[in-house]
Design a protein around this ligand. Structure first.
Ligand SMILES: NC(=O)c1ccc[n+]([C@@H]2O[C@H](COP(=O)([O-])OP(=O)(O)OC[C@H]3O[C@@H](n4cnc5c(N)ncnc54)[C@H](OP(=O)(O)O)[C@@H]3O)[C@@H](O)[C@H]2O)c1
Length: 440
């Protein structure tokens, strides 16, 4: 099977982890923990398990507060452990379970970390939303698990650290994000001859729009993704193209490829999920229906390829088109590249400011076009006033978590403060960001 693993020794590809151990491969049944089981990825993962029930034993499920959905899942799969965000949710879930079923109920960050490290699980799906997902990912890699990683923010926030821990513990990362999973499949057995990775982007609901047209778009319009059905946060990120920006950072950490060798192409049909370019100029692509069940199954069932009831692709049904993204109208792509240039804390600030801006937009407290501007302004202020954080470089998991949390809080507070300024002051802050080299 080693030939299925991306080459780790080539000049361009330096994959984040080694392949799964022989012991994991020989397991007839993988003990499985699903972090974020009630979300879009989590529910699709349970569909994959339902299509291959003999391959998995679900030992843990986790949500934040959607205890009704968690209770339904728990009743069906009867895991020994559940985890929720707080004591109120813990009390609530207990009350929803029948008298003859007593799983351990774990609570909060500690609870998610314990769940991700359960000895009876060899495999963990990390699918909690946003920066909150890093805690579970770190716990799983520290415990040496095979981690099916949907939570891209984990790599954005702590990619270097995760790489280092994988080397120490033998943990394995399998990429669930469809673009990165496509690249993983295209890279099988290759390394030396790769020159570029090409990430495709649907362009989201506002593809082709001008800045003028985007000034008044509503959260409802931004939540209408043309091709994918996903959670709210990633749907807004797709509309601003920040999702693709985060994916550039994710690809950089996963594949050890310099950012300038990671290209983005808009491909509205979402059929070609990504490509790799070889030294002779040829390209290898992975194509399928736009359905996350496929990428999730490719990880959970790795290295097998089995049906998960997604119809085969009919290439006569669609014409496929590709073009360059408009980075003037969608500056989040450049902002992500700029953050990656600075490394260290800049990616944490980018992510935190983005999470704050998306929340503000969904609450109708800022406009769609304010999202990149708030991120740019926060990055600019961070660069000029918080240089002490520049060296956020993963000394240990605990230290990274602590530094990251304080940096995140500062960045989110800043983004909120800027959003609440009057229009004139806000424009001045945005203009300072542009002068500071942050496009918006
Ligand atoms: N959806 C996709 O197609 C897709 C594709 C590629 C990558 N991803 C990535 O996968 C991750 C999950 O995305 P999603 O679309 O599945 O999100 P989602 O539908 O919003 O689900 C998020 C999950 O995380 C839980 N959660 C929310 N806040 C939490 C917190 N503070 N602590 C712990 N758990 C929390 C939610 O629980 P409750 O239900 O109780 O709120 C839910 O189970 C994201 O990082 C996203 O970027 C998603």
């Amino acid at each position: 099977m080693a030939e299925l693993w991306p080459d780790q020794g080539g000049p361009f590809i330096n994959y984040i982890s080694g392949p799964p151990s022989e012991m994991w491969r020989r397991e007839q049944v993988h003990g499985l923990v699903l972090l974020g089981s009630t979300g879009s990825i989590g529910c699709s993962a349970l569909d994959v398990v339902a299509a291959h029930p003999k391959a998995f034993n679900i030992v843990g499920l986790a949500c934040a507060r959607n205890i009704e959905r968690l209770a339904k899942q728990a009743l069906k799969w009867r895991p020994t452990h559940l985890a929720v965000l707080d004591d109120e949710a813990a009390k609530g879930i207990q009350a929803l379970l029948p008298a003859d079923y007593h799983p351990h109920i774990l609570v909060g960050r500690e609870g998610y970390a314990t769940l991700a490290a359960l000895p009876e699980a060899s495999t963990v799906l990390s699918a909690q939303v946003g920066a909150a997902g890093l805690n579970g990912t770190l716990s799983a890699v520290l415990a040496g698990k095979v981690v099916c990683l949907a939570n891209k923010e984990s790599l954005v926030l702590a990619g270097d650290l995760i790489r280092r821990i994988c080397t120490q513990t033998g943990a394995v990362i399998l990429p669930v994000d469809s673009e990165h999973n496509a690249i993983f499949q295209c890279l099988a057995g290759r390394g030396q001859e790769i020159t570029r990775l090409i990430l495709t982007a649907s362009g989201g609901p506002f593809r082709g729009k001008t800045s003028q047209e985007l000034r008044r778009v509503t959260p409802k319009q931004a939540l209408q993704h043309p091709n994918w059905s996903m959670g709210a946060k990633i749907t807004i990120d797709s509309a601003t193209l920040m999702n693709k920006g985060l994916e550039i950072i994710e690809a950089y950490h996963l594949y050890g490829v310099p950012a300038e060798r990671i290209k983005v192409l808009v491909h509205p049909q979402s059929v070609v999920h990504s490509l790799v370019e070889l030294t002779d100029g040829s390209q290898i692509a992975q194509l399928s229906m736009p359905d996350m069940h496929l990428a999730i199954a490719a990880c959970l069932l790795w290295p097998r390829c089995e049906s998960v009831n997604v119809p085969p692709l009919d290439l006569t049904a669609k014409s496929l088109t590709f073009y360059e993204p408009d980075e003037e109208v969608f500056p989040c792509l450049r902002l992500a590249r700029t953050a990656l240039d600075g490394r260290g804390g800049r990616c944490v600030v980018l992510n935190a400011a983005n999470e704050a801006a998306v929340e503000l937009f969904l609450a109708e407290r800022c406009s769609f076009m304010d999202i990149p501007r708030l991120i740019a302004a926060t990055l600019n202020i961070y660069d000029t006033t918080m240089p002490g954080h520049q060296s956020l470089c993963s000394v240990s998991a605990a230290e990274t978590n602590a530094t990251k949390s304080s940096l995140e809080k500062e960045a989110q507070t800043l983004a909120h403060r800027i959003a609440s300024l009057d229009e004139q002051s806000r424009d001045r802050v945005y203009s300072m960001a542009r002068h500071g080299g942050f496009p918006c």
